[in-house]
Design a protein around this ligand. Structure first.
Ligand SMILES: Nc1ncnc2c1ncn2[C@@H]1O[C@H](COP(=O)(O)OP(=O)(O)OP(=O)(O)O)[C@@H](O)[C@H]1O
Ligand SMILES: [Mg+2]
Length: 285
């Protein structure tokens, strides 16, 4: 029996080691991480595709997100919005053009350092099968109890947590308590608050929610955005009046850019998207 197990274990081990030895798509640079004096994000002539024979998913992207600024990227499904986020976090490396953070090319930063500087709230929030406190601590392992509670309070999550029998020690995630969409998003926001990174990316952070929940989560999002450099990605054109610049992305290219009222005055994709969404809303009510 032992020999039978040995065979199976060896085969499994071979597969595991093959996986471990795989060269990752993105390599860390040698040497210490750069020490940027600010967190300006500058994207120039950026082009990217997922495989050499495929069409460009991003084709000539230029924009600047100054420290403390707010830029929104909008566009239809498949435009390349999440791809841009993947590049900013260096899950993939870009082929042409440059992305500079604080004056240094993104490739000069170790991936871990980059992910320390950028907090992301995306549409899907992964919850681990662990307690609420542990799920929050992932964002900053050294955080104190009071800091965790502060983040939960600001994300409007504390009341819910206190209503649970185990409070912060309640097990959630895969086999634990299931959280609703709004609760998950608020947890993601609490994580981002706790992480306190200088740059914040919101990728469709509220779009999977119903209107009432979305309104509540949006309040938490505004609190999170206060004083932070923010890149918002969304296909819902609401609340964009406060953006310094809106980029309209379509099939990997920026087809329009400007502030909300400027874009509404122009003939173009932005106005068409706006009109379409307002028609839908009228039909709903
Ligand atoms: N891992 C991947 N491998 C290959 N192609 C991909 C991958 N991820 C996305 N794509 C392709 O890249 C294009 C842009 O996808 P992306 O997810 O960036 O769009 P999006 O603007 O975020 O859309 P949505 O609004 O639906 O989230 C699509 O054509 C998609 O099929
Ligand atoms: Mg997307």
């Amino acid at each position: 029996m032992i020999f039978e197990h040995l065979e199976a274990s060896l085969a499994a081990a071979r597969r595991l080691f093959a996986l471990i030895d795989t060269r990752p798509a993105v390599q860390d640079p040698p040497g210490p991480p750069p020490q940027p004096a600010n967190y300006h994000l500058e994207v120039k002539g950026l082009r990217f595709r997922y495989a050499p024979e495929e069409p460009w998913v991003l084709d000539g992207i230029d924009f600047t997100l100054p420290e403390g600024g707010r830029v929104a990227i909008v566009g239809p499904s498949g435009a390349g919005k999440s791809t841009l986020v993947n590049l900013l976090l260096r899950f993939w490396d870009y082929e042409e053009g440059s992305i500079r953070l604080g004056g240094y090319e993104l490739k000069a930063y170790p991936q871990e350092e980059l992910r320390r500087l950028i907090a992301v709230v995306s549409q899907q929030t992964h919850l681990f099968h662990a307690t609420i406190a542990e799920n929050l601590l992932l964002a900053r392992p050294g955080a104190s109890r009071e800091e965790i509670r502060q983040a939960a309070r600001e994300a409007r999550l504390e009341e819910f947590i206190q209503s649970l029998p185990g409070g912060y020690e309640t097990c959630i995630g895969e086999e634990g308590l299931k959280l609703s969409g709004g609760q998950r998003q608020r947890l993601a926001i609490a994580r981002a608050l706790l992480k306190n990174a200088p740059i914040l990316i919101l990728d469709e952070a509220t779009s999977g929610l119903d209107t009432v929940t979305e309104g509540e989560v949006r309040q938490a999002v505004y609190r999170l955005m206060a004083g932070r450099t923010t890149l918002i990605i969304t296909h819902r054109l609401a609340g964009l009046e406060a953006m310094d610049e809106i980029l309209v992305l379509d099939k990997g290219r920026i087809v329009q850019r400007g502030r909300h009222d400027e874009l509404l005055r122009q003939e173009g994709l932005y106005r068409r998207m706006w009109e379409l969404q307002h028609e839908v809303l009228e039909l709903d009510s």
